[in-house]
Design a protein around this ligand. Structure first.
Ligand code: DAH
Length: 351
């Protein structure tokens, strides 16, 4: 084969721009039916001298073409690798993707905080039931059916005579039926009131009930406990005030407030809940029920205190939320503000 023809083939090899194209060119000349191969096959027809000269020529051509194909292959493979690396490159300077994960509802956080604080004071968390009966929600708490104090709790009655608990206090009764003093419990949970909704009233909200029973428990123990919790919630210098109040299940009874230092200067006392010393009638009712269940009367002569905190009220105070209805409209723009930093993980932190 002439020199020009060889150069043309070499050009063709060099011009192939992909491995597939190169393969096609290779097959065309060096494949089983390729031009070079078929020339070799035809050598049988030549005389021995011609065959020798021609053979050397074709073999040289073949070697040179094979070398060129190999060289081109390496170049194309390198280019393909670089293209792949380039297309798969990661820009480590791009901002990380944020995957927002759900957070605890602000009320759950308040209740969890309270549980932690009371836990450190030795209180055990117990849960009551939301569908209650008259006996536990009212009667045993010294609120007989004819007592005008029943009007303090607007009640959702069910057709079977049961009711949605209007406070977490019924769990005081249920717990004392099963346990003897000394005891210390808190009861977080939902309560229901048959009321018109406005900025400070919802028909469902959350309370945290507390009950401590033992020997020689005094009002000062109650005040110290409430003050400790108020300071845990609002800071160590929080001022707490107790004012006489009436709840049938305590005597004396009180409402407690914290002094709210508002940055705009509208500071005032804001009420957090009610409390008092457990009324002897409550202990008597518990002992009567225990007796009816065949259990010993163990509460006579005991002393204790009880309190009820409103979780929404605490959240509204702590975060300056003006309307209780925001909690349950479930607008993520509102709830997201109180979710807390920790619950938003970036992809890098998550890895
Ligand atoms: N149960 C009361 C309410 O819902 C709150 C309360 C007041 C609870 C005084 C108590 C207490 O345990 O001692 O309005």
């Amino acid at each position: 084969m002439q020199h020009e023809a060889q150069n043309e083939i070499l050009d063709e090899i060099l011009a192939s721009s992909s491995l597939e194209e190169l393969q096609t060119v290779k097959t065309k000349y060096l494949g089983k039916n390729g031009l070079v191969t078929s020339q070799l096959k035809e050598m049988g027809k030549l005389s021995p001298e011609e065959r020798k000269a021609k053979g050397a020529e074709i073999n040289a051509l073949k070697t040179s073409l094979e070398g060129a194909v190999e060289a081109r292959k390496e170049v194309l493979e390198q280019a393909a690798l670089e293209a792949k690396l380039h297309s798969e490159a990661i820009d480590v300077t791009l901002p990380a993707l944020h995957f927002p994960v759900g957070g605890l509802h602000i009320i759950s956080r308040i209740l969890a905080d309270l549980e932690g604080m009371f836990g450190r004071l030795g209180y055990r968390t117990v849960l009551g039931q939301e569908v209650e009966d008259d006996l536990h929600n009212f009667d045993a708490l010294n609120i007989p059916w004819f007592h005008p104090a029943r009007d303090l709790w607007d009640t959702f009655w069910m057709t079977d005579g049961r009711l949605l608990r209007t406070h977490t206090s019924p769990m005081q009764i249920r717990y004392m039926l099963e346990h003897t003093a000394p005891l210390r419990i808190t009861v977080p949970g939902k309560v229901y009131r048959y009321e018109a909704t406005d900025a400070t009233h919802e028909s469902m909200f959350h309370q945290l009930e507390g009950l401590l029973v033992g020997d020689n428990i005094r009002m000062s123990d109650l005040k110290g406990t409430i003050a400790e919790i108020a300071r845990g919630l609002f800071g160590p210098s929080t001022k707490v005030r107790f004012q006489p109040s009436y709840y049938p299940f305590v005597e004396p009874g009180a409402d407690f407030s914290v002094w709210w230092e508002n940055p705009r200067g509208e500071s005032k006392w804001l009420e957090l809940g009610g409390c008092g010393m457990v009324h002897p009638s409550v202990f008597r009712a518990v002992d009567d029920l225990r007796e009816a269940l065949g259990k010993p009367r163990t509460y006579e002569g005991k002393t204790g205190f009880a309190f009820g905190l409103g979780a929404e009220r605490i959240a509204m105070l702590k975060y300056g939320i003006p309307d209780i209805r925001y909690f349950y409209q479930n607008d993520l723009k509102v709830l997201g503000q109180f979710r807390g930093e920790l619950e938003t993980l970036s992809i890098l932190e998550a890895l």
